[in-house]
Design a protein around this ligand. Structure first.
Ligand SMILES: [Zn+2]
Ligand SMILES: [Zn+2]
Length: 375
């Protein structure tokens, strides 16, 4: 297994608490990967950056960020090497950072005129991974529901592979996700309705968009649980035995296309303004990721309006009474209305997560192929 190899190479057995050089080593390696990847993006922007995102980069800020990552990888690498007996993490980070410097560092000029065309979203993968890790890793370390579950828990590399698999082919995936909406727009679009919706005040549009999206998500999500052929694909998302921010990205691409495609259909048809759609996409990414987080604090009051991690954790629970419950991803009262709400009155959390009575392969390739061929 890749994960065992990674863990063995990094000499995982030594203590990992603060002051042991573990976290500085992890940060050094992480920043090293990011800085080398970013410099490669500067060298090959036509191939390695997504055309939809690339015109929006404030390049001055991006170059400062890349410079900061290089310096960070070296500083944390030196620190870790002083503190830790096994120096693999720190040395890996420093090596990657030096490779980034040798390749020209943050100041590599972009001389070519970029045009649309097939590209790999390496920029999107690196940037989203950095943002998500910066937000959710500290949250999970400070307020965990399961303190014994580390950031690098079993099968973490599998979930990183899923994160990679939805970011690199961002171009083709967005095309497939938007396909139902673009096809339906040709026949079903109502310009008068779109004009009305697009003219509503921003906060009203936003609230309406999130509500419509969650109703569509509820329908699609319930469908993939009910239709046996579709469940094969969605079972991949439920195969995670530990939940945290990165486990949320474990989803078969067919499952992703079905659910996100259904959600975007009414959003596009109703004609919400572009900034509302963009706002919704940011919100759903942050909220859906957060509901998978290993994050303990709950609020009984808020929990009845907004999905908090405990609600969605019960959706992933192995306990019989919670199977096929809690489909909504934003508003738990949608589950109440349709009779699929589950929350034990004593406020407890599930005992364990995963698939009851089903065992999936733990390899990315195996999980990707299996739903097409059956057992
Ligand atoms: Zn589900
Ligand atoms: Zn989930």
């Amino acid at each position: 297994m890749l994960e065992e190899k990674v863990n063995r190479a990094f000499g995982d057995e030594a203590p990992k608490h603060f002051g042991t050089g573990w976290w500085s080593g992890v940060l050094s390696a992480f920043f090293g990967v990011l800085s080398l990847g970013a410099v490669l993006c500067l060298h090959y922007p036509q191939l390695l950056t997504a055309p939809e995102i690339r015109p929006h980069y404030p390049m001055r800020v991006m170059r400062i960020l890349i410079q900061g990552l290089i310096v960070g990888a070296i500083v944390f690498g030196v620190l870790s090497s002083f503190l830790r007996k096994k120096k693999v993490l720190g040395l890996t980070g420093m090596l990657l950072a030096f490779a980034a410097i040798l390749l020209g560092g943050a100041s590599v000029p972009i001389n070519q005129t970029l045009h649309d065309g097939p590209a790999i979203g390496l920029d999107w993968f690196l940037l989203d991974l950095l943002m998500m890790a910066l937000i959710y890793v500290p949250v999970e370390r400070v307020w965990p529901q399961y303190p014994d579950q580390g950031t690098f828990r079993p099968e973490w590399t599998l979930d990183v592979a899923y994160f990679l698999s939805t970011h690199l082919p961002v171009q083709i995936l967005s095309l497939m996700i938007l396909l139902p909406a673009t096809a339906a727009s040709r026949h079903l679009a109502n310009p008068a309705l779109q004009h009305f919706v697009g003219g509503l005040p921003w906060p009203v549009q936003f609230a309406f968009a999130v509500l419509i999206a969650d109703l569509a998500e509820y329908a699609a999500h319930r469908l993939v649980h009910t239709v046996p052929f579709l469940w094969r694909f969605h079972a991949v998302h439920h195969s995670a035995k530990s939940l945290d921010w990165i486990a949320g990205s474990r989803a078969h691409f067919v499952d992703d296309v079905i659910i996100r495609g259904t959600v975007l259909l009414p959003i596009v048809l109703l004609g919400f303004s572009q900034s509302v759609v963009a706002g919704y996409l940011v919100f759903v990414t942050l909220h859906a990721t957060w509901t998978h987080c290993n994050f303990g604090p709950t609020s009984k009051w808020l929990e009845s309006f907004l999905v908090l991690p405990r609600h969605h954790h019960w959706h992933h629970a192995i306990e019989k009474e919670a199977i096929d419950k809690n489909y909504a991803i934003h508003f738990p009262w949608i589950d109440r209305i349709f009779g699929t709400y589950y929350s034990p009155p004593d406020g407890r959390w599930p005992q364990s997560y995963g698939l009851a009575g089903e065992e999936l392969s733990t390899s990315f390739i195996g999980q990707t192929i299996r739903p097409f061929v059956g057992k």
